[in-house]
Structure formats: C-alpha cells, structure tokens
Write a protein that binds this ligand. Structure first.
Ligand code: ADP
Ligand code: MG
Length: 254
C-alpha cells in the first residue's frame, strides 16, 4: 500500500514553547487516522503544518508527492510549496468557517472558482454534486444561519470536497455540535472512508475512533505517545499514557 502522507521528525515551537516535537508517522492511501490527546498537546498545530498553514521549524513531510523539507527549502520556496500543499488538502474546522453572506451552494462554489479558476457552470455542478452527497440537496440555497450546526458542518465538508483533495483533515469537526447532530457528521466521514478518501480526524469521539478509524494516534505534550490499530489502541491497557487519557472517557466508552 502506498503512503499518502509521510511525516518525519516534524517540529514546531511558538517562541520557546514547543508545540510539536519531532513527530513522525505515515498514513496510507484510503486510511482513516484518528488523532487524539489532551487539550494543548499539539493536535491543531500538527494539522496546520500538514496543510501548509503553519511554517514548521524542522523536519520533512510528503503529502501525495508534494515534499516540504525544512532542511532543503528556502523561505521563499517553502511558501511556494506550502501553497501547492494546500491545494491537495481539504480542511474542516470545529467552527465550520462558512461565509455567512453566501448560501451553502455559493460557499461550495467559491474556492473552485477563485483558486482553480473553474468556470461558474462547472463549479456549480460540482458544488451541487457534493452537497447532495452530504445530504443537503434540499438545503443548497439556505444561508448558514438557516442551517443547523450539523448541516453547516456537512456543507463545510462538501465545500472542501469540491477542490478534489487528496486528503481530508478535520480538526474536532463535531465539538461544536449538539450531541444529537454529531452522528450525521460522523456518518459522512464513515461514508468517505468507504469510498477510499484518506482522512485524518482530530476528535474526542472515542466511540467513533474505535469503530470507524483504521488507526489511532495519541499525542501528548507535542509527541507521539502511541499509535496503534484502532481496536488495539483501546485494548492497550498496559500503557499508562493511554489508560490515563482514556480514563477521562470512561463513561462514553462503557
Ligand atoms: P491542541 O489542538 O491539541 O489543543 P494546539 O496545537 O492548539 O493543541 O496547541 C499546542 C500548544 O501550542 C499549546 O501549548 C498552545 O498554547 C500553543 N499554541 C498553539 N497555537 C499557538 C499560537 N498561534 N501562538 C502561540 N502558541 C500557540
Ligand atoms: Mg486543537
């Protein structure tokens, strides 16, 4: 199986405070990797590095053939390559980040038109296709304020998919949702998994990580504390870092 993502000794500090410390891992094509860990352990920073949004200090990453290597890249070429990287990656945030003055359809048409210079008719066709895929065929002309949180997040996923990304990255995609709406968003990620999309999901939904992910990677203080097959991860009761972390979720996993 080919690696879609390779991360080697990637480090990022804010001033003197390290946020990501020499992190290495690989993700195969079509894999769903859940990333878990306590607040402040570097999950968001790592995703932002993978998306070329954060300029890391050291290390190398390769994503669908685009290589960003701190050792060889000058400042100028780093930014150029980071731009290429962003076009390979669909990013979904906790806070949806839809434009409030645009309908779901207009939100989903915008990036292909602006970034890829897609003709309007083509962008519209693609936006309609992905909004239908996430179950919003009858909500395309609604503004974000007229949609539930779950519908807004599904529109945000559709918007990311219109760019035909090689990889989807999600940063706590269900953390802002009412519990009743969480499932409909998780369901989209399960569906994309079945279709072979490569996905990295930062989540506190341990049941989802256990059931839907292929592997679970735990970060702790900026380092990879553990990385196992999903079933194995939740059975690694001899690893104190895992048991201590999972202790916080005892209720939800019972
Ligand atoms: P997580 O997503 O796991 O909660 P983050 O990646 O957001 O963790 O943060 C990791 C560490 O980096 C934290 O100590 C946080 O305070 C710090 N940090 C994150 N972003 C910034 C920033 N823009 N400036 C300074 N410190 C930051
Ligand atoms: Mg975070």
């Amino acid at each position: 199986m080919a690696n879609m993502i390779e991360v080697e000794k990637l480090s990022k500090a804010f001033g003197d405070a390290p946020a990501v410390k020499s992190v290495s891992f690989t993700v195969q094509k079509s894999e769903l990797l859940a990333i878990v860990g306590p607040s402040g352990c570097g999950k968001s920073t790592l995703l932002r590095c993978l998306n070329g949004l954060e300029e890391f200090d050291a290390g190398r990453l390769c994503l669908d053939g685009v290589v960003l290597d701190r050792a060889t890249e000058s400042y100028a070429t780093f930014h150029h390559t980071a731009h290429l990287l962003r076009q390979k990656v669909g990013m979904v945030f906790q806070s949806f980040n839809l434009f409030p003055h645009l309908t779901a359809l207009q939100n989903a048409m915008l990036a292909p038109m602006v970034v890829k210079k897609s003709p309007k008719g083509h962008a519209r066709e693609s936006a309609e296709k992905y909004l239908t895929k996430v179950g919003l065929a009858d909500r395309m002309h609604y503004y974000p304020s007229q949609l539930s949180g779950g519908q807004q997040q599904r529109a945000a996923i559709a918007r990311a998919l219109t760019m035909s990304p090689a990889v989807m990255l999600y940063d706590e995609p269900t953390s802002a949702l009412d519990p009743t709406l969480v499932r409909e968003v998780l369901q989209i990620m399960r569906q994309l998994h079945e279709e072979g999309m490569t996905q990295l999901v930062v989540t506190h939904e341990m049941r989802f990580a256990a059931d839907a992910a292929d592997r679970v990677m735990m970060l702790d203080a900026g380092e990879v504390a553990a990385c196992h097959g999903a079933r194995e991860f939740f059975q690694h009761t001899e690893d104190p870092r895992i048991t201590s972390f999972l202790g916080h979720f005892a209720g939800t996993l019972a």
